[in-house]
Write a protein that binds this ligand. Sequence first.
Ligand code: ATP
Ligand code: MG
Ligand code: MG
Ligand code: MG
Length: 588
Amino acid sequence: MRVSRLMLVTLRDDPAEAEITSHKLLLRAGYMRRLAPGIFAYLPLLWRVLQKVSAIVREEMAAVDALETLLPQLQPADLWRRSGRWDGYTAGEGIMFHLVDRQERSLGLGPTHEEVVTELAADLLRSYRQLPVCLYQIQTKFRDEIRPRFGLMRGREFIMKDAYSFHADEACLRRTYAAMDGAYRRIFERCGLRAVAVEADSGAIGGSASQEFMVTAEAGEDLILASPDGRYAANQERAVSLPAAAVPLEVSTCQPLATPAQTSIDELCTAHGFDPTQTLKVLLLLARFAAAPPRGVLVCLRGDQQLNDVKLANAVTARCADAGALLEIVPLLADHLWDAVPFGFLGPHLEDPALRQGEARVAAAPLLRLADPSAADLEAFVCGANRSDEHLVGARWGELCPVPEVVDLRAAQPGDRCLHDPSQRLEAARGIEVGHIFQLGRKYSEALEARFTNEAGSEEPLWMGCYGIGVSRLAQAAVEQHHDADGIRWPVAIAPYTVIIVIASSQDPVQVALAEELYERLRLGGCDVLLDDRPERAGVKFKDADLIGIPWRLVVGRGAGERKVELVDRSGDTGKRELSADAALEHL
Ligand code: ATP
Ligand code: MG
Ligand code: MG
Ligand code: MG
């Protein structure tokens, strides 16, 4: 493309409407214009960036067998009433744009597509033989954000990739969730972004396990709390820590307790001074154990404080898994809590390889597996539960230590002590949420009656997951991470063009001829190349090239007679080089 035909309008000064660097740069470099608060026109340069991001997303979605589709943006209110979300999304601080059509029917403009896709699944997916299925789309979403700001970061109309998966059972959902986690990491890496995965709150979308992907940047609206060793990271909305007042317990002060053969959990707890309702202190004790882990540990959790239990269990699991200890975590929960709790067993019996990578994102598994005689391998047995006692028969006792105080976890603050290792303190970093994956469970399939016939011939609701990436937010996040005082420095993979050829003096026919030749050859070679053929001073063209952030600048100037050109690397890594035109082409 010739820059003279590019409708390039760059601004010297920062526009008043922009607060953060990436927003200023995208406006100044002619990537977008604002029409109204949170509503932007994506100009041709930006559209190329968005297309490149989308192409990477499509490749990685195809790699996990997701099917591209395009779903309606106008969505009937009745559908949202059936899922129970219409009022929450439209009244008060609800973010759904909604309207009434000429037939007096209410409609909403899609902020997300769980309802629509579940309705489709109810119609199309009838048998376990069709499962699993994953559908995705790349589409404009509408959200009437309370505070639209920072350009594409928080738009009211923005581009999202959203995927939805359907499964016959929870284990399959977990496999797809793990595959998506991998796909997301590859997408962000390929886009040149430094992103971290953090534990997240499921918010209005709902479901059980959920994880966000954060691009770390000062301008981020989210606060991430992470341990220095990188083992724990969570959105502050979700993070927990040890309370400041709790005194760390020395393992050496623990006295082994007696080893009863068979007793109910309540009896055991009472006998050893545990309040069966105080799961947390028992788990905290186990966290200490984890410093010198026993060969096997069995933890039983109670459902009442499920969030904290999950946190602790995850922390303990991570420590024990690292030390190679056999660890089992068995939630003993009331049936109605099963859907909400994302963990179960972790140990050598686990089939799911994703769960062995020390992630401690433990799978849900039927409680009944505890009746397995292999439970006899367990050295230590700690519990804080009082349900389903019969399943515990056969577990062997090892060391069990009293805990001197009752501790309660708390919502975390920077500087708080980490659960998995009290010697570490939580560190804060700002992040931009570019992706979010959820295990939805059966929330939507139950509400919208999306059922399939299972292998045994009976009907049950589908298991679901959903997976979002803010495509337009991601593009701006890339600028936030990659820029300097002169402008944008696009990662090559998502740059609108890879090379810009600048003719230093467009009055010089020798320079023009060489530049045209190089332009043609690069184009034929499949390179995304710009030719700055404008009758401007060289300095102006260099400034624009830096501002719009094209990764490579090829300057055709005085050396053109000897077919000498200058190659400049916008990232600054290799600097300026003078070389022959052919060598430059070769390099590019
Ligand atoms: P946030 O917490 O920033 O409001 P969200 O949690 O509401 O985001 P999700 O429902 O998880 O967003 O949507 C999936 C992805 O869509 C987000 O991870 C984010 O990258 C993107 N996204 C959400 N809202 C916006 C918005 N207003 N503008 C641009 N991108 C957005
Ligand atoms: Mg939001
Ligand atoms: Mg969020
Ligand atoms: Mg989110």
